[in-house]
Write a protein that binds this ligand. Structure first.
Ligand SMILES: Cc1cc2nc3c(=O)[nH]c(=O)nc-3n(C[C@H](O)[C@H](O)[C@H](O)COP(=O)(O)O)c2cc1C
Length: 325
């Protein structure tokens, strides 16, 4: 099975990326993962100032997924330029790199783009409009505010010629509209979805398990939401989509392709097993042989030619269950 595909103006050796916040800036994973085997990766979201992140504990496991409230811990714009991007420039060859940026205000997104655009070694930007645990914004997501989405994407568009990818939220009641706005304002691709804000309770003292209270759900529990969001977005835009949320194996990636994602990102699976992504790449080739599918591109559902609307509760009738969860 041929895994090569094209998106964002470049050729990718396969559709697998590691998701923002789960692979640092690449070097943190270099000893445990064959990074050169990836289609690409998205860096940790970079903010203007360095951030130490939220109170611990910051992650909690539950059956079916993980809850995290890292709080955007990152080195900030200047140290990212000085310490992180040079490593990517000098050490990453085949995978494509997207630098994720997260502003606390609309203007901060623009300062971040202007500060990073002149650096070498990365393809484009993922605009994190959907970080659910940024304490300074008290849970208010840019992705859920149509005028903020328009302002941020159009402002980023005029500041860079690199591809920009808008990362949206799983709990957007009007996702089709948000997708259309991001498309009209000049995004080159969309990432669906970020984590979903919720909490877990420690029954020994009845307080939330995470230091910050709420966190974002990731892993298998997020997969139905990610698939649903991709399927809805597929009908609202012709842009390439990154499917994210519970991609653990080759067949979960196939599921996203059938929903309409041309590319996938893996996050939580790499925490459970750092080599999950390289095993999924090998597993996809094997899956193609067993199912007589000769290329990844053949699997990806295309946007409908008419302006069809989608029922978010529709089942995925074309997917054969592999028995995996
Ligand atoms: C520990 C952790 C940190 C994350 N940090 C970021 C981040 O900085 N920026 C971002 O856009 N998403 C972040 N995410 C969300 C992931 O990129 C991804 O959207 C989410 O985890 C769903 O994918 P998964 O189910 O494969 O983990 C983070 C997720 C985890 C688990």
């Amino acid at each position: 099975m041929r895994l090569e595909t094209e998106a964002l103006g470049v050729r990718l050796q396969n559709p697998f990326f590691l998701a923002s916040g789960t692979c640092g800036f690449g070097l943190e994973l270099a000893e445990v993962v064959d990074i050169e085997a990836l289609g690409g990766f998205v860096t940790k979201s970079v903010t203007l100032e360095p951030r130490v992140g939220n109170a611990s504990p910051r992650v909690a496991e539950f059956k079916g997924g993980m809850l995290n409230s890292i709080g955007l811990a990152n080195p900030g714009l200047e140290r990212t330029k000085r310490e992180k991007l040079p490593w990517i420039r000098d050490n990453i060859y085949r995978p494509q790199v997207l630098v994720s940026i997260a502003g606390h205000t609309v203007a901060e997104f623009f300062t971040l783009i202007e500060g990073l655009d002149s650096e070498d070694g990365f393809l484009g930007f993922e605009i994190n409009l959907s970080c659910p645990n940024d304490a300074e914004r008290e849970g208010e997501l840019f992705a859920l505010n149509p005028s903020a989405v328009a302002e941020i994407i159009s402002g980023c568009r005029i500041r860079t010629e690199r591809p920009i990818v808008a990362k949206l939220a799983p709990n957007d009641p009007d996702l089709s509209k948000t997708v259309q706005i991001a498309t009209e304002e000049g995004a080159n691709a969309l990432t669906l979805v970020n984590t979903l804000p919720r909490a877990l309770l420690d029954i020994s003292d009845d307080v939330p398990e995470l230091g910050a209270g709420n966190g974002g759900i990731s892993g298998p529990a997020l997969r139905p939401l990610g698939l649903d969001a991709v399927r809805e977005a597929r009908c609202a835009t012709h842009l390439p989509l990154f499917g994210v949320g519970g991609v653990m194996t080759a067949t979960t990636a196939v599921e996203y392709a059938r929903a309409g994602a041309a590319l996938v990102q893996m996050g939580t699976a790499s925490f459970a097993w750092p080599r999950a992504v390289t095993e999924a790449i090998a597993g996809l080739i094997q899956w193609g042989i067993e199912n007589r599918v000769s290329s990844w591109n053949d699997l990806v559902s295309r946007p409908p030619s008419t302006n069809a609307s989608v029922n978010r509760l529709d089942l995925f009738d074309s997917i054969e269950s592999s028995g995996e969860t």
